[in-house]
Write a protein that binds this ligand. Structure first.
Ligand SMILES: Nc1ncnc2c1ncn2[C@@H]1O[C@H](COP(=O)(O)OP(=O)(O)OP(=O)(O)O)[C@@H](O)[C@H]1O
Ligand SMILES: [Mg+2]
Length: 420
């Protein structure tokens, strides 16, 4: 056997036939249990095929219920059908994730790119980008279907007047016409929109209910057929992943993530079958990822607060008073991280919001003689805080030294300097 055979057989998976089918951005060819929503959206968009403007649509439902997958599926089928008709109808479709493109400039630039107009990444005024988009739409004749996904992100950042502006653009772009599909998992969003936006976006609505466990099983089984090698899943793996997803508000993404991660864990184990135990491990690993992501997204001040609490906990001190916490925080912050530490009042706000995210608890206790303080403790495994901050550009060294110290059971006073 030559070396390339050895490498080839080592790199050939015993679990996956095609793991890319389990990637989050993969749009499956079949979407079981979404026939109703596919038909509704298809009906709403079909006037485009005879050159009429489809109504604007508001697509909503909880996370992982298939909104993005179904909308992408239907809109690309529409564009496909339009281009293959005997006399092809000019229909253009553009999908924009407004969490990733979260400024008016970016959204308009993406809209322009959907009809072949390149706009530089920055440098023009928003009005100029808008003018180019309008000009381009006027010079061609198309029905332009624009999908604005995760519009709650866009609205919280740039407000709903912008959305209103987009829906009003039709008056200026003739002979082209534009339809907007807005997608959100914030079910109350429609109620909170400016009434003018609401009435212009809300011509039609498509609601996505949460999946039931048996529906999730079908979805997983369908995907597993192509993604896994035959016989690579123990029979209870899919029902178990489906049950967990169903419990977490019928979330297909959650179930699919579990299945993929369980497969990877089995693979690392060197096994040729995925077992229930691998799903258990996958679940713990995914929860860990969620915590780590939420810590990484905090402000520097909040990350320092968590690091102080983690360090104390690893050294056997489960709670700190607010005074102790703030003093250690200040010690670290003023040691070259920032010019000024936050005031106690601002820190108290941060503590409150960390408490709301269930990362810490803060209990008010009396201190004798009428004084009161808070006892603050970390609610998560301190090693997760260290792990989250290990590659932090500003706190990485500190987090690393806490981790190493504790691993070595090294109660060195130097490292304790900044604790208490
Ligand atoms: N009926 C289905 N059949 C096959 N796969 C599905 C189905 N519904 C959802 N999925 C898959 O589940 C995952 C989540 O779906 P999707 O991204 O469409 O959810 P969403 O409703 O847009 O969620 P969010 O609000 O968080 O954006 C995707 O990987 C998608 O391919
Ligand atoms: Mg989505």
């Amino acid at each position: 056997m030559d070396l390339s055979d050895i490498f080839e057989s080592a790199s050939r998976s015993k679990i996956f036939a095609d793991r890319s089918l389990l990637r989050p951005d993969y749009v499956p060819l079949e979407l079981p249990h979404r026939e109703k929503m596919i038909t509704s959206l298809g009906r709403i968009l079909s006037p485009a095929l005879v050159g009429d403007r489809p109504s604007n649509v508001f697509v909503y439902g909880l996370t992982g219920t298939g909104k993005t997958a179904v909308t992408r599926y239907v809109t690309s089928a529409l564009a496909d059908h339009a281009s293959k008709m005997k006399t092809p109808v000019p229909v253009s479709v553009k999908y924009i994730n407004t969490r990733e493109n979260d400024t008016s400039y970016r959204v308009l630039a993406e809209m322009a790119s959907g009809i072949g107009i390149r706009v530089p990444f920055t440098g023009l005024s928003v009005a100029e980008v808008r003018a180019r988009l309008v000009g381009a739409l006027r010079s061609i004749t198309t029905i332009y279907v624009v999908v604005l996904d995760e519009i709650d992100a866009m609205i919280s950042r740039i407000g709903d007047p912008f959305l209103y502006q987009i829906t009003r653009m039709n008056e200026e772009i003739q002979p082209s016409q534009m339809s907007i599909i807005g997608i959100t998992n914030d079910i109350r969003l429609a109620d909170n929109l400016d009434p003018r936006v609401k009435s212009s976006l809300n011509d039609e609505q498509v609601f996505f209910p949460q999946y039931q466990a048996n529906e999730l099983q079908d979805i997983l089984a369908e995907r597993a057929k192509l993604a896994f090698l035959p016989g690579a899943l123990e029979p209870d793996v899919i029902p178990f992943c489906a049950a967990i997803g169903a419990r977490e508000h019928g979330d297909a993404r959650r179930s699919l993530d579990l299945l993929r991660r369980a497969g990877e864990i089995a693979e690392i184990r060197g096994a040729n079958r995925v077992q229930r135990q691998d799903v258990e491990e996958a679940r713990a690993a995914l929860e860990n990822d969620t915590i780590i992501d939420s810590i990484k997204s905090l402000t520097l001040d909040s990350r320092v607060l968590l690091l102080v609490l983690a360090n104390a906990k690893l050294r056997g001190k489960d709670k700190l008073t607010s005074g102790e916490l703030y003093a250690s925080y200040e010690n670290i912050i003023t040691n070259g991280l920032k010019d000024n530490a936050l005031t106690e009042r601002r820190l108290a706000d941060l503590v409150k919001s960390l408490e709301m995210s269930n990362l810490i608890t803060a209990n008010l206790v009396s201190e004798g003689r009428g004084g009161r303080t808070k006892h603050i403790s970390l609610q998560i495994d301190p090693s997760r805080v260290i792990q989250s901050l290990a590659d932090d550009p500003r706190l990485g060294d500190l987090a690393g030294s806490v981790g190493r110290d504790v691993l070595a059971h090294h109660e060195d006073c130097g490292a304790r300097r900044w604790i208490l």
